[in-house]
Design a protein around this ligand. Structure first.
Ligand code: FE2
Length: 369
């Protein structure tokens, strides 16, 4: 939290928002945990808008209304019986999406919505309720993406909780992932969504511009579920099998990181930058740039001395130099992504090496996300 507060402080009066895409407090039925969570985020949530979407730990329960046959083994008791009620009453997001709880409890709200913020059109989805073709959410997404004014907002960022792409253990969620690929990916690709952000998997993973597992065109997908919760099987080899990673890294997975942290999105009309900040050191560990021309650049971002930052802020040259702060200076919007599990704390972790091109040897068959 201190690094996010630092970054907001550095922005001064430039516009910014925070995006928290599901599994928000991990209260799971204990209301005091929600209170504790809100106290934790107050230093930043009191300064900039705090946007959320729903995750399994706000909703998942055996009696949830939407539970198709193909998802029978996905849903269990991750929500601790909250059934979306605290989530619906504690937050008030844009739009009027809601689903009946089919009980005496109030409808579940804040499911899907969108808004323009600077040069970015942000869309929030619910992976916990019906998103299939014909559903209200699908109709919303289709209409919303088709009506974006790309002159006004040249960038479109879609966010939801369960990822469409991950190379971590996703066995339990595979049916829902397949449905997302079948029903939602064509909408994202056809409408030239630039960036798709997901949580749920407690790791950072950035993919190439992708469509149907093929690099080249389509949105850049990034899993940013590394705010502080763990339980995810690691990617690295076991000590007694040093040559066999648990989950090999395929070519379409560009960068994987196990450090807790958050991500930062900065955009102006010419480019969008996306960076991964490690909690253990407050430093950048991965970065990606998109240009208005459609090019995606996976370059590292160069820090520059504070003396030069002053020059940039005052417009004394240096503009055009590849630097993190240049983009802040020209930013139309700033988004911080922070996900999952404040309650277990921000544990510092050493950066780990990624091992590639090895056979997959699963260690665990259950996923706790
Ligand atoms: Fe989750």
């Amino acid at each position: 939290m201190k690094w996010i507060a630092r970054d907001i402080e550095a922005l001064g009066d430039k516009p910014a928002l925070i995006s928290h895409i599901g599994d928000i407090s991990y209260a799971r039925g204990y209301s005091w945990v929600w209170d504790h969570f809100f106290n934790q985020i107050e230093p930043v949530a009191s300064k900039v808008p705090y946007h959320v979407c729903i995750g399994n730990h706000e909703y998942d329960w055996p009696l949830q209304p939407w539970k198709p046959d193909w998802a029978m083994y996905i849903y269990s008791k991750d929500g601790g019986g909250e059934c979306g009620v605290p989530y619906s009453l504690k937050f008030n997001m844009p739009g009027n999406s809601s689903e009946s709880t089919k009980s005496r409890a109030p409808p579940t709200r804040n499911l899907y919505y969108s808004f323009d913020f600077g040069v970015v059109h942000f869309v929030y989805l619910s992976t916990e309720t019906n998103f299939l073709k014909g559903s209200e959410q699908y109709k919303f997404l289709k209409k919303d993406l088709e009506s974006v004014d790309r002159v006004k907002t040249p960038w479109v960022v879609v966010q939801g909780h369960r990822p469409m792409y991950t190379t971590s253990n996703n066995g339990r969620d595979r049916p829902i992932t397949e449905k997302m690929l079948e029903h939602l990916e064509p909408l994202l690709v056809d409408n030239k969504v630039n960036l798709a952000l997901w949580g749920h998997v407690h790791r950072y993973e950035r993919f190439c511009p992708i469509n149907n597992f093929t690099c080249g065109s389509g949105p850049v997908h990034v899993v940013i579920g590394m705010a502080g919760q763990d339980w995810q099987p690691i990617w690295e080899p076991r000590s007694n099998h040093p040559d066999m990673p648990i989950f090999p890294q395929p070519a379409h997975s560009i960068y994987r990181g196990g450090e807790f942290g958050y991500t930062k999105l900065i955009a102006n009309r010419e480019r969008l930058t996306f960076t991964y900040i490690g909690n253990h050191d407050g430093e950048m560990h991965d970065s990606m740039e998109m240009l208005a021309t459609g090019e995606v650049v996976n370059g590292k971002i160069t820090n520059i001395p504070s003396s030069e930052v002053k020059d940039i802020d005052e417009g004394k040259g240096k503009v055009g130099k590849t630097s993190y702060l240049w983009y802040v200076q020209g930013a139309g919007v700033l988004l911080f992504g922070l996900l999952v599990g404040y309650l277990l704390g921000f544990m510092s972790r050493a950066k780990k090496e990624v091992v590639t091109n090895k056979e997959w040897i699963p260690l665990k068959t259950t996923e706790e996300t």
